[in-house]
Design a protein around this ligand. Structure first.
Ligand SMILES: *Cc1c(COP(=O)(O)O)cnc(C)c1O
Length: 435
């Protein structure tokens, strides 16, 4: 493309709005935005042309960023213009070589496992993961003889020890859901590299980060050397809470395999869900997150100063235990510190049943009385959402397991939206007064 060089001189933030601006994937040059495409199958002029489409399908490896010609669309499950354009833009957002979308974040998490693992292979996973990922690893992968070893990724020695000749995948989230603990991405990359020196290509260890909490605006693990990023599009990338989706961003060699996996396992992102993420979600990502972070900073400072609250975990706070790691790893495209839009806090109190009771009361009062704070799971929404992980998102773990893995019974997760900070604080203050 003749303007390619020039386009790269624009900031990644601006490129979230335009992507490549023109794409050989689809000619919609009379429209300002890509129209919503809705066609499950595509007309082909001759059988020869159709046959060429099938041969070309999933043979773009290495040329994903600049495919020389328009693809031949055959059937939505193989490829379709709206999600193809979204994938190009998501690759730009995460600064990766290629992106493949899926129906949900969980479909993306299972797909990255699907292409990298086989029976007798092993995952080393951080001890705390998103509830459904935890359930996938605990309940389903063992059925396919995939073993999962749980360790604390902040314990370098334990991580090194958990790696065996069968290890294929180091899997983690940072910030960790819901505790907001961080994991040092660079250190995990180094450990994988050290082990890979002695391994053949077919035994290589791959690193995978679930980047849902940070979004690519706050953190781009691929730039730090991670192999694959998985992410739920349902959260901050969609932003408005209207649609579900997931994506894997990774090296170009994985593109064929991911397309084949998606074709055969079938978890495709529908064009009607790809479109709002492409047209509203990604282009507004920077302005939403920047505003929501400012508010999260104020709300977390307010919580920290209230004696009814125990600990507040927000990477932007001076009291955050991993403050310097946060500053070196969570950065927007221009390098400014970007601690995200999620806050985790625990209620004050000595006994854990008491803390749990207080958390219940607080969240229930908010559910009933708050104008700006809603009791709901999900996150990264323009509306502020509150939830109680111990009884909701992380209930796939037994209470003993929760404690062991760092979830306090009185812990509360707050996802800060676009409302005025003063209004959110007013609602929280009112709820705290009623404890
Ligand atoms: C929500 C979420 C997922 C799963 O995404 P869905 O789109 O709901 O399938 C995975 N990881 C994290 C960290 C999440 O918050």
């Amino acid at each position: 493309m003749k303007n390619k060089k020039r386009k790269h001189s624009y900031s990644a933030e601006t490129r979230l709005i335009y992507g490549r601006s023109q794409t050989p994937k689809w000619d919609y040059s009379h429209h300002l935005v890509p129209p919503l495409s809705s066609s499950s199958t595509f007309r082909m002029s001759t059988t020869k042309r159709g046959a060429k489409g099938f041969i070309e399908f999933a043979h773009h490896a290495g040329e994903f960023i600049v495919p020389s010609k328009a693809p031949i669309y055959i059937y939505d499950r193989l490829g379709e213009p709206n999600k193809d354009i979204l994938e190009e833009n998501l690759a730009v957002a995460e600064q990766g070589e290629c992106a493949v979308t899926f129906a949900t974040g969980m479909a993306a998490v299972s797909a990255v496992c699907g292409i990298l693992l086989g029976s007798e292979s092993e995952i080393v996973a951080h001890k705390m993961l998103y509830g459904c990922t935890f359930s996938l690893f605990k309940n389903w992968l063992p059925r396919y003889r995939v073993r999962v070893r749980w360790v604390d990724f902040n314990d370098v020695q334990a991580l090194g020890k958990a790696i065996t000749p069968h290890t294929r995948l180091l899997y983690f989230e940072t910030p960790v859901n819901p505790t907001m603990e961080l994991i040092d991405i660079r250190r995990v990359v180094e450990i994988a590299k050290r082990h890979n020196i002695h391994r053949s290509a077919s035994h290589k260890i791959y690193t995978v980060v679930d980047n849902t909490f940070a979004t690519p605006f706050c953190q781009r693990p691929l730039e730090i050397g991670i192999d694959f990023v998985v992410e739920s599009l349902t959260k901050g990338l969609c932003g408005f809470g209207t649609d579900m989706g997931g994506v894997i961003v990774g090296p170009s060699w994985s593109y064929d395999q991911l397309l084949l996996y998606r074709k055969d396992f079938g978890g495709v992102l529908g064009s009607k869900s790809a479109w709002p993420i492409l047209v509203y979600g990604l282009p507004s990502l920077a302005v939403r997150i920047r505003q929501q972070m400012q508010t999260a900073q104020r709300v977390s400072e307010f919580l920290q100063n209230d004696k009814r609250i125990g600990a507040v975990s927000y990477p932007g706070l001076d009291s955050f235990p991993q403050r310097s790691l946060a500053r070196s790893q969570m950065k927007s495209y221009d390098g400014s510190f970007s601690p995200g839009t999620l806050i985790y806090f625990t209620m004050a109190g000595q006994s854990s049943p008491k803390r749990k009771c207080k958390a219940d009361n607080l969240v229930n009062f908010i559910a009933k009385n708050s104008y700006t704070v809603t009791l709901a799971v999900s996150l990264g929404n323009i509306r502020t959402l509150i939830e109680h992980p111990a009884s909701m998102t992380h209930s796939s773990m037994t209470p003993e397991e929760q404690l062991k893995r760092g979830i306090d019974p009185g812990g509360i997760r707050l996802s800060v939206g676009l409302e005025k900070a003063d209004d959110i604080i007013k609602d929280l203050q009112q709820a705290l007064r009623h404890l």
